[in-house]
Design a protein around this ligand. Structure first.
Ligand SMILES: [Zn+2]
Length: 324
């Protein structure tokens, strides 16, 4: 029962490629209630219904009243038109030009905000996480792809149309491998989980521990398999991780040189691979300009599993001017 609380509450929703999570959060980032379901990918209509049901269940279970809710924040993977509240395109979800913000707003009649998952992650770290003490930070989420979010002078930087900070699509080698965006040699095509698996499939041989781990089924190679083989001492797997770490370091050094941030935050599944980060740090030290390098701290994300919903809650507080 939370209806007796005086503190205003927020609903944060993370619409991910596989799971959708909704949470009731207070202004201190305490999660009071959390509800999670698979994200339906058959149609946008079913996805919207699923999202609304998750939020309704939060209201029902927590007995929170709509009048106690400051707002609903939605973080979705993909390209957003922030001003219009529209999901323009999502690579893994059936969403195209969907006015999701207004649909949710009309249903619950509370202030509703929509942003992409990478901006939301940056806001979560800035207002509730490891970035609280800094004014300029760049947050990278490295998983199947690479998402980027930027805070400049304590403000989220969205660019002219809402799609700034696409750090994953910074070209680091014009002749590099093809990227999902249609370009070639993007950071994401080198340093994401998908890129690690693809590179291993290209170069694996029968002597490698990778080959044994997948019993010769090349299509079973994943980033996890490569990491596992590297930790067992496999030289091919170690080389792949070293190359990926170097590519990541090149990308991050570019970001450091351009934005002179106080902090680079690295989150997502790939951030757990220590070997990658060690190589990336060495590459960054070689490439970043000395004054910029001296000022920047490179740290792991602090919000982890609930980063999506906490970031979506931070989005609401930020847009309502309750966070500075
Ligand atoms: Zn790309």
């Amino acid at each position: 029962m939370v209806n007796s609380r005086i503190s205003p509450l927020i609903i944060g929703v993370d619409v991910g490629a596989t799971k959708t999570t909704a949470a009731l959060v207070d202004e201190q980032a305490n999660i009071l209630n959390l509800n999670r379901k698979s994200t339906p990918t058959e149609s946008s209509k079913i996805l919207v219904r699923n999202t609304i049901e998750l939020i309704e269940e939060i209201f029902n279970v927590s007995k929170a009243c709509v009048k106690n809710i400051l707002g609903i924040g939605l973080g979705v993977a993909g390209l957003m038109d922030f001003q219009k509240g529209i999901v323009v395109f999502s690579p893994n979800l059936p969403l195209r030009n969907l006015p999701l913000r207004d649909i949710v707003h009309h249903h619950f009649n509370v202030p509703t905000f929509l942003d992409n998952d990478a901006n939301v992650a940056a806001m979560g770290e800035k207002f509730f996480g490891v970035g609280r003490e800094v004014s300029n930070l760049v947050c990278l989420t490295i998983g199947t792809g690479i998402g980027g979010g930027m805070i400049i002078d304590d403000r989220v930087y969205r660019g002219a149309g809402g799609s700034a900070a696409e750090i994953g699509h910074m070209v680091i080698d014009p002749d590099g491998p093809p990227c999902g965006c249609g370009n070639r040699g993007c950071l994401e095509a080198f340093a994401s989980g998908t890129a690690i698996a693809r590179r291993a499939r290209e170069v694996v041989n029968e002597e490698s521990i990778i080959f044994r781990l997948i019993r010769g089924k090349i299509e079973d190679i994943s980033a996890e398999v490569v990491v596992h083989a590297a930790r067992k001492g496999d030289s091919l797997a170690k080389r792949i991780l070293r190359e990926v770490g170097e590519a990541l370091g090149v990308g991050v050094a570019n970001v450091i040189n351009i934005f002179n941030p106080e902090m680079i935050i690295i989150g997502g599944g790939m951030a757990e691979i220590e070997e990658l980060l060690t190589t990336a740090r060495a590459e960054i030290s070689r490439r970043a300009l000395a004054p910029n390098l001296k000022m920047v701290k490179i740290v792991g994300a602090s919000l982890r599993t609930n980063a999506g919903v906490l970031g979506a809650a931070a989005l609401v507080l930020y847009e309502l001017g309750k966070l500075t």
